[in-house]
Design a protein around this ligand. Structure first.
Ligand SMILES: [Zn+2]
Length: 118
């Protein structure tokens, strides 16, 4: 009967090790999946028009810049972004409208570039 506590101790240690490995591997998988989703959202953002002065979004009027800019979602958390500033700047020898955006959820800041149709 002396062996019963030893058997229980070994079983408890084995269960703890099993639980720990399960938590660690599941956490790693979740982190990798979150990182993959973040990279995909960043790629979608980078491929859209307006993210660089070389590929601005063409608009008819400056009054549509802010509504169009605020239709963009944050590439980090997919929350709609808010225009914090709307300026007219010369970039790459071209007069552009620039909407500076901020995400109220994660604080990410981006700029979208617009050009007026001639
Ligand atoms: Zn965000």
């Amino acid at each position: 009967m002396k062996w019963i506590p030893w058997v229980l101790a070994v079983a408890a240690a084995g269960y703890c090790l099993y639980w720990l490995l399960r938590v660690l591997t599941h956490g790693g998988r979740t982190r990798r999946k979150a990182l993959r989703i973040k990279m995909q959202l960043e790629q979608v953002w980078a491929e859209q028009e307006g993210v660089s002065p070389e590929r601005p979004i063409l608009v008819d009027s400056p009054s549509v810049v802010e509504p169009k800019a605020e239709s963009a979602n944050c590439p980090n958390c997919e929350h709609p972004m808010r225009v914090v500033e709307h300026t007219a700047e010369t970039r790459a020898g071209r007069r552009l409208r620039v909407a500076y955006l901020r995400c109220d959820i994660c604080g990410d800041e981006r700029a979208l570039f617009f050009a007026l149709k001639k």
